[in-house]
Design a protein around this ligand. Sequence first.
Ligand code: C2O
Ligand code: CU
Length: 579
Amino acid sequence: MTTGSLLAVDLVIAVLAAAGWLGAGGASAARRRPLALGLAALALLAMLARAVTVTALARAGWWFAAEKVLIAAPLSVAGVVVAGPRLLRAAGDVRAVAVPLLFAGYAAGAGLLVTVLHGYPASAGVGLLALAGVVAATAVSWRVLGTRPSPTVSRAAVAVAVAALVTGTGLTVTPEPAPAVPHDHQYREAGTAGEPTRRFTLTAGTATVTVAGRDVAAWAFNGQVPGPELTATVGDVLEVTLRNRDIGRGVTLHWHGYDVPNSQDGVPGVTQAAVLPGQEFVYRFRADQVGTYWYHTHSASDVGVRKGLYGVLVVRPAPVTGVDVTVPVHTLSGVSLPAARTEPVQAGTPVRLRLINTDSTTHRYALAGTPFRVAAIDGYDLRGPTPLVDTAVLIPAGGRYDLVFTAPATPVALFVDGRQVYATGPVSVATDGWPVLDPLGYGVAAPAPWSRFDKTFTLVLDRGLDLRGLLPRYAHTVNGAADPDIPPQVVRLGDVVRFTIVNRSQVVHPWHLHGHHVLVLTRDGRPAAGSPLWLDSFDVRPGEVWQVAFRADNPGMWANHCHNLAHADAGMTLHLMYA
Ligand code: C2O
Ligand code: CU
């Protein structure tokens, strides 16, 4: 069983345990003895099962089990110790054990709440708050059921609850920290990239575009979705003038995967101010990186990208030979882009399909009718990619794969999530059952460029209650905090930096660091065994632990965030900063 499914199973069992005890308490209050006994037995079983799942999770990494071991387990054990013997001894009136059973339920429920609302890292403060909650709920139950214990016991209970509440609150509510990233700093000066050799103008505006025969209200660059395809040859100097006609929330251009100088990175409030209606901003950078990239607004990025403010950026080593097609996949108002197209290709022609995922979730791509190789991922060529047949690839949000093949005499077709998007002729084949390529084992390995690291960071991804803003929100968190309160990763120019990313949530987080490509070292403790993988976007699935590294060679302040842009908006964004 994967760690991800263990996390899910453990959650379900925890719910069963809490529900079992609470149900048993209710049944005994209603004097339904057999039902109470049955539910208590169920709860006990669930708790034993949890001992197994929590142990298994702890073996996958303390991150996955910390609060379960330190907070939920002691609370649960207390519940059993209090309720168990009393239940066995309650010969006549089963109602007498209602409160102890409810206590066990509150204890199991409190442990569950700590996991769901707080997560990682476990802290003494949160443990004490959970304890206060359990004691208070028990005291209320005494009142309601009219089975008050002796005055000494109830006074002791009140004292414990108050002390735990006060201490827990004191430990949890720390003074407001300074925002992680100073948003009032001077934006960096644009570097000198040289005289432009390729000029483009992108005007952002609201527009009605027709997709699949339907008129859709979109936000578009130059009135089209996707925006114009920007192409260059390596060595060109690109100059892109961004204008905003009427996007009230502002726009910017971020060159996803292109490791531009910081001043050109297009992150509003960090590298530039958002471009408001009527304003413009000129981007200029050298096209030194060959490969498949894309651009998108980084202002109101969740809505903005979804509504259509994105386009393709391709930098080629030389003028195109053969067939070179970009396939930017996007979901616009429920319609899947691009529309399917078929164009015959002469047998023997070299073909490159540049697959781009501009959505916030993973897509599955399958190329049928020919052996092919994955020549590049995220713009970086792979080493020694071998031919693949009837194999699908999963591309994370923001990611790109270049597939290459020589056109056979028979037709070839590309499917995205089972939908045909590109073909050289009629093909009908079911691709759903195909195995999926694991890029960590594909191609030929090379020795790692570094053996020691100057800085290491750990990012534990989770969900949790964020109480720091004006309104509490259920945020996507990193190390228990949400943007803007996640401490930045501070590095020095030249550092070799390693970071570990742990996903203890129930959803996929496609991770994306700006300004740098990271080299994948390990996943779930197993070293990457194929071609070196230099990625800018990678899916960290529930329960997974990735270790990646990069050299800090591009000074500035860089966003480091989940590329499910709704998650990024809901807290899952931090920054990499050069000291
Ligand atoms: Cu493509 Cu910060 O994002
Ligand atoms: Cu995410």
